[in-house]
Design a protein around this ligand. Structure first.
Ligand SMILES: Cc1cc2nc3c(=O)[nH]c(=O)nc-3n(C[C@H](O)[C@H](O)[C@H](O)COP(=O)(O)O)c2cc1C
Length: 298
């Protein structure tokens, strides 16, 4: 394919997907293409380039990257698609999960691809990437590092195939149950933040309000503590990112140990990694093992 300008559009809650998007940007730039990174993020701290809409419209291909939320794409991705036109733009859809290509994750691109197709995008390529899980089950540092280290090589291969015009479509397994869970998650997510608690460590710094990707948080002017509206998308950025760890949720989906990729890299600097067979044991991580040994394919 003779693409000149490629946009990399992404939604990342806690940074794992941003790293994947950054790797795509780097791999495309290495091939001397004009690249625009476009975060789906309306927080005041998120950098947006000038004339973004016009530059997106001028791009002849798109790589859409998103964090998997409850076997589907997060709501902001659907909202973004509603506001744009595909105009026949060639597209790769990259989902980023914690568990890899195992059921029910295997249906996590189906509804999204249908929405893109309806808006005139031509989806040529789809693939599941895996990054350290920020949801329900924490990963150990060795597994996290294997995933971080595997990223550039995998992205490079995908970019090569997408640019060469290779098609990759997966058999998506969209069961009734999976769809119901995804729908319920989106409804439940909206009020999720209302059940969060703030402890006395909160200094009123406003980090959470500044970084919430959907502007769902503001500071109470008198007490200088965060107040949450009803548009949470359950990305957990405020909980894991709060500089004082003052935001809490009792929900089982939130990792008690927190989530911090830089922390993993610091702890693992210079250490030899345990082999994948040792640090990725058990049925829960079978998708991660298949991803790391490349048996889930390109
Ligand atoms: C609310 C929520 C739901 C999630 N659902 C899934 C899921 O269904 N399957 C999965 O493998 N990972 C799931 N994850 C894990 C994320 O997809 C994964 O950790 C991803 O790398 C997070 O990207 P981010 O750091 O850019 O937010 C979920 C995470 C969150 C916060």
């Amino acid at each position: 394919m003779n693409f000149q300008k490629v946009s990399v559009v992404y939604f990342s809650g806690t940074g794992g997907t941003k790293r994947v998007a950054d790797a795509f940007v780097a791999a495309l730039k290495q091939r001397l293409l004009e690249v625009m990174a476009l975060p789906i993020d309306c927080s005041s701290q998120c950098h947006h380039e000038d004339n973004e809409q016009a530059r997106f419209e001028a791009s002849d291909a798109m790589i859409l990257v998103y964090a998997v939320h409850a076997f589907d794409a997060p709501q902001p991705v659907y909202r973004w698609i509603e506001g744009v036109s595909g105009n026949g733009r060639h597209t790769a859809v990259i989902s980023v999960s914690g568990g890899g290509d195992v059921w029910p994750n295997t249906g996590c691109r189906q509804r999204l691809i249908a929405s893109l197709t309806e808006k005139g995008f031509v989806v040529d390529y789809e693939k599941m990437m895996v990054m350290p899980c920020n949801w329900v089950v924490p990963v150990n540092d060795d597994m996290a590092m294997h995933l971080i280290q595997a990223l550039p090589g995998k992205v490079d291969k995908i970019v090569g195939k997408f640019l060469a015009g290779e098609k990759r479509h997966c058999l998506q397994q969209l069961s009734w149950l999976r769809r119901k869970i995804s729908e319920q998650e989106k409804i439940g997510a909206r009020s999720f933040a209302q059940k969060m608690t703030i402890d006395e460590k909160c200094s009123g710094c406003g980090w959470c309000a500044d970084y919430c990707p959907v502007n769902n948080i503001r500071l109470d002017e008198e007490r200088q503590i965060p107040l949450f509206s009803d548009d949470c998308v359950m990305c957990f950025r405020c909980i894991y990112g709060c500089p004082r760890k003052a935001i809490h949720s009792e929900d089982f989906q939130v990792l008690k140990v927190g989530f911090n990729l830089k922390g993993v890299e610091t702890r693992m600097a210079g250490k030899e990694l345990k082999p994948v067979t040792e640090c990725c044991k058990g049925i829960a991580w079978s998708g991660v093992r298949r991803y790391l040994d490349d048996s889930d394919g390109y």
